[in-house]
Design a binder for this molecule. Structure first.
Ligand SMILES: O=P(O)(O)OC[C@@H](O)[C@@H](O)c1c[nH]c2ccccc12
Length: 259
């Protein structure tokens, strides 16, 4: 199963990375980076309207290579200047061709909060995220035990990082709610089968109180898709492929948001 492979690869990567920069060193780097207030991120998504998270993603296991040319910093600046509320940056190298340095460069250059999109299975990754200038980390319920979810959620907040807690089904959603998530993402793509259905986030939105911000993730391509998301009370939408493959990103954002 792809998720198991991703988790295994991430654990190996963390072993490698910690042999270059130790946990203690990474903690020191994180401590030397200004601490933000995660509540600002939560407030941003609770403000009226639908908030777009634009994703910077070169490749994915479901689509293969998405962007042959990958001027990641230009793409992020383009997003920043044309109305996104946050920018998601893939930092997973083996399957998504991501890099933590992309995030570091982008966070230094844009005004909106930046999300570390990776398969967090080690607290080291949270210190790394903070040290790189991230404001938000993704926590995927499916790959964490209850204890890990609780620990990483707490640690994220201690570091000034907001957590986007990702669920895919009702059971995972309950675990996200139980940990106290304030920003919940529901992936329309099943990471086990790659099947995409916008109905997944629509169905699960109904189970989450309106004061908890809810982001529909994946498979959103058109203005009509966005209208459906708006009608179903999403606070946010996370869009990767449709933006990455659009030659004119500013125009695509404008079209998607209908502004
Ligand atoms: O490119 P799309 O279909 O617009 O999807 C973006 C984003 O939702 C997707 O990249 C994603 C959602 N959750 C994830 C978890 C890990 C890796 C990737 C993802």
């Amino acid at each position: 199963m792809i998720l198991d492979d991703l988790v295994a690869a991430t654990k190996r990567r963390m072993k490698r990375e910690q042999s270059t920069i130790s946990l203690a060193e990474m903690q020191a780097k994180a401590a030397a980076t200004p601490t933000k207030d995660p509540q600002l991120v939560y407030d941003r998504f609770n403000a009226p309207g639908i908030h777009l998270i634009g994703e910077v993603k070169k490749a994915s296991p479901s689509k293969g290579l998405i962007a042959e040319k990958f001027p990641y910093l230009e793409i992020a600046k383009d997003y920043d200047q044309h109305g996104v509320s946050a920018i998601s940056v893939l930092t997973e190298p083996d399957y998504f061709k991501g890099d933590i340095h992309y995030l570091q460069d982008i966070a230094a250059a844009v005004s909106v909060p930046v999300l570390r999109k990776d398969f967090v299975v080690d607290p080291y990754m949270l210190y790394q995220a903070k040290a790189a200038g991230a404001s938000i980390v993704l926590l995927i319920v499916a790959i964490l035990s209850d204890q890990q979810l609780e620990d990483y959620f707490k640690l994220a907040h201690e570091l000034g990082l907001a957590a986007l807690v990702e669920a895919h089904d009702e059971q995972e959603l309950q675990r996200a709610l139980d940990v106290g998530a304030k920003l919940i993402g529901v992936n329309n793509r099943d990471l086990r089968t790659f099947d995409v259905s916008l109905n997944n986030s629509i169905k699960l939105r109904k189970l989450v109180p309106n004061n908890i911000a809810f982001v529909a993730e994946s498979g959103i391509h058109t203005r009509d898709d966005v209208k459906v998301m708006e009608a179903n009370h999403m606070n946010g939408i996370l869009i990767g492929e449709a933006l990455m493959t659009a030659p004119d990103k500013a125009k695509k954002i404008t079209q998607l948001l209908g502004v």
